[in-house]
Write a protein that binds this ligand. Structure first.
Ligand SMILES: Cc1ncc(COP(=O)(O)O)c(C=O)c1O
Length: 408
């Protein structure tokens, strides 16, 4: 994207790769192609009825005017109760904020704290938006690597070696998009122990997939290490856990100085989150979450469907993920493969493009998450659709001529 009238900062941001896939999918759908999109990071389930009803009631009550920038007193109360009940974290109301999705809160937190040259530590694979947000804020994203063998988890020695006087933040995301990794209490403690030694570093915990787990317990860093709470922003929201991506409602707890700065930015950009979504989020946070047990069973079956498919495709490999609704699939064995029309697949992007063009299945390539050689399959779609997509992926892989394996 370039135009003489665009600001220089636009060179530091790219359109979200997941939005790019969705655009490609929409273009094919418009041509009448039977595309199945496994690229979109959202649940296919409908928002639960009691939450929808709360949104409708808010409209009917006339709750359609501006509220306090950080959110209504009732919403902040519900958020405080959630943090205390589920995470053992106590926040005063000036330590809490709701915004238009977790995305906006993360963006505002970075904008409020990063000066030119500041560094933000991210562990690959990471959510696609972090590096661009850091760049927009004028900072530099420093990408730390993790390995599939280590469960895609940041190791304390990697963290220790990466911290410099310029480090402003470490961003941790558990359960992780795209790997599904969930940090145990001990793993978090090992990382927070390192951060305790470096008082100038802030910690952002992106807990947006908290409910999306298949039996693994959940911990958040400020709960594990209370001495870090004053330097930790705990970000969460209703998008992923309650199937409310379109309602655009996220929230965060953190030190009053940071929350206050985020509120100031929000007051001059978007103001309060939608009143209707705020009312619905209260119902979500205060209501029964047993609906998720049913969703979890469906998601677990979907996850198994993807694992079974991957197991029968030469060139693909995938470990069981503990959380979120993504399979992070190695396609390293397909790099160098030849398609039926003679094209050589020379990257994970080429593999993703091949699956879209030949099987009409949209997936996101691993390089978008800082980890080339992988594909992210978002499996929270209708089971029948997923089955269909998996068959098509298997058929498309079977049509490839694989590169000759060389002995190591
Ligand atoms: C890791 C992660 N954090 C934050 C978000 C943003 O969530 P929200 O819909 O609340 O803006 C997403 C959405 O894909 C995500 O995957």
């Amino acid at each position: 994207m370039s135009h003489p009238l665009l600001a220089a900062r636009m060179t530091r941001v790219r359109p979200s790769p997941t939005a790019v896939i969705s655009d490609k999918v929409r273009a094919l759908l418009a041509q009448g192609k039977p595309v199945i999109n496994l690229g979109e990071g959202e649940l296919s389930f409908d928002t639960p009825d009691h939450i929808k009803a709360a949104g409708i009631a808010a409209i009917q009550r006339g709750d359609t005017k501006y509220t306090a920038v950080a959110g209504t007193a009732a919403l902040l109360h519900a958020i405080a109760a959630k943090f205390e009940r589920d995470n053992g974290l106590r926040y005063a109301s000036n330590e809490l904020i709701a915004g238009t999705g977790a995305k906006q809160l993360i963006f505002n937190a970075l904008m409020a704290t990063i000066d030119a040259g500041d560094e933000v530590l991210l562990c690959a694979p990471y959510w696609v938006s972090y590096p661009d947000m850091v760049g927009l804020a004028g900072g530099t994203a420093r990408i730390l690597s993790s390995t599939a063998e280590a469960g895609w988890k940041l190791q304390p020695e990697t963290l220790r070696a990466a911290i410099t006087p310029k480090t402003r933040w470490l961003i941790l995301n558990s359960p992780n998009n795209p790997s599904g990794a969930i940090y145990s209490r001990a793993e978090l403690q090992a990382l927070t122990d390192v951060l305790l030694e470096h008082e100038h570093v802030l910690l952002m915990a992106d807990d947006i997939y908290e409910l999306v787990r298949y039996g693994t317990p959940f911990f958040t860093p400020a709960q594990v290490e209370p001495r870090l709470k004053e330097r930790t922003l705990t970000v969460n929201g209703v998008s992923k856990s309650y199937s409310m991506t379109g309602w655009r409602l996220g929230y965060a707890g953190g030190p009053a100085w940071l929350i206050g700065a985020m509120q100031t930015l929000q007051s001059q950009s978007t103001s309060n989150a939608s009143t209707i979504s705020q009312a619905a989020a209260i119902a979500a946070l205060e209501g029964d979450t047993s609906f998720f047990d049913v969703w979890r069973d469906t998601l677990a079956d979907n996850r198994q469907c993807v694992l079974d498919t991957v197991a029968r495709c030469a060139g693909l490999h995938c470990e069981v993920s503990e959380g979120a609704f993504y399979a992070f699939v190695s396609c390293a064995g397909l790099i160098g493969a030849q398609t039926p029309d003679g094209q050589i697949l020379d990257s994970d992007l080429a593999v993703a493009d091949y699956l879209l063009a030949s099987a009409y299945v949209g997936v996101v390539h691993g390089a978008a998450f800082g980890t080339p050689g992988y594909l992210r399959l978002a499996y929270a779609v209708e089971p029948a659709q997923l089955q269909d997509a998996c068959e098509r992926i298997a058929d498309a892989c079977a049509m490839l001529t694989l590169p000759v394996a060389h002995p190591a």
